[in-house]
Design a protein around this ligand. Structure first.
Ligand SMILES: NC(=O)c1ccc[n+]([C@@H]2O[C@H](COP(=O)([O-])OP(=O)(O)OC[C@H]3O[C@@H](n4cnc5c(N)ncnc54)[C@H](OP(=O)(O)O)[C@@H]3O)[C@@H](O)[C@H]2O)c1
Length: 244
């Protein structure tokens, strides 16, 4: 139980990678604060984790609302006294070519993937500074390294995550805070179900290679946050073998 006594906040814990990460960190002994907007999904996660003996708190949080993001971190600290790990996982992927003009989707992607991550990070850094330790894991994407149509705007949001994370690592090193970027390739989750552009949604559902599973990414996150303080796993790019 390498995370005994640690408190981990996971955003976007109601499904996919976030849910699997909450499970993986709880299995290592962490107290988990699982956040998202869909409370009934969080409830069933809580019941499952508690059955296996974990300490869990669920929190309804829309990360695009700065006050709610700050409240999430405040609640975690008030309940458990500290915040050791923040996994900024909440995200949306709504690809379409720019010429289609799906500007609502552009705003959503930057609101959730970039601003939501910043709001939670800002609040967590304040707590971690006081503690003199902490670990922020930002779930980016292979799209944060490579930009191809129709993923340009999504890529833009994930390039932003990478740029912010790289700089943040230097900003907070003096407080003993570590920053890790995790960049998955294709993972089987409900992420693609929400795509607005029907053409893109259909094209992606027709892909036949074997994708990663959420627990593959959760294992990578668990690896990063269980290293000794002297080790900062800066970045993990993890691809399905057949997507290489
Ligand atoms: N699946 C992939 O192939 C893949 C590849 C690379 C990177 N990623 C990244 O992995 C992360 C997780 O995605 P996933 O694949 O696990 O998809 P997912 O199952 O759709 O999970 C997305 C999570 O984000 C939450 N979320 C969305 N908007 C939110 C908001 N405004 N406030 C709070 N939570 C919000 C959702 O919860 P609620 O709807 O309940 O709020 C959900 O729990 C994302 O950052 C995504 O970009 C995924």
């Amino acid at each position: 139980m390498r995370l005994d006594g640690k408190v981990a906040v996971v955003t976007g814990a109601s499904s996919g990678i976030g849910e699997a990460t909450a499970e993986a960190l709880a299995a290592e002994g962490a107290t988990v604060v699982a956040a998202a907007r869909r409370e009934e999904r969080l409830e069933s996660l809580r019941r499952r984790l508690e059955e296996s003996g974990a300490r869990v708190l669920t929190a309804r949080c829309d990360v695009t609302d700065e006050d709610q993001a700050h409240e999430l971190i405040r609640t975690a600290r008030e309940e458990f006294g500290r915040v050791d790990i923040l996994v900024n996982n909440a995200g949306v992927m709504l690809p379409s070519k720019v010429e289609k003009g799906f500007s609502d989707d552009w705003r959503k992607m930057f609101d959730v993937n970039v601003l939501g991550l910043l709001y939670a990070t800002d609040a967590a850094v304040e707590v971690m500074k006081e503690q003199g330790s902490g670990h922020i894991v930002n779930v980016s994407s292979v799209a944060g390294r490579v930009s191809r149509p129709p993923f340009g705007v999504y890529s833009g949001s994930k390039y932003a995550v990478n740029a912010i994370s790289e700089s943040l690592r230097s900003e907070v090193v003096e407080y003993g805070i570590r920053v890790t970027i995790v960049e998955p390739g294709a993972v089987v989750t409900e992420l693609t179900d929400h795509i607005t552009d029907a053409e893109v949604r259909e094209a992606l559902s027709g892909e036949e290679f074997e994708k990663l599973r959420s627990e593959d990414i959760a294992n990578a996150i668990s690896y990063a946050v269980t290293q000794p303080q002297r080790v900062n796993v800066n970045e993990i790019l993890i691809m399905p073998t057949e997507q290489a």
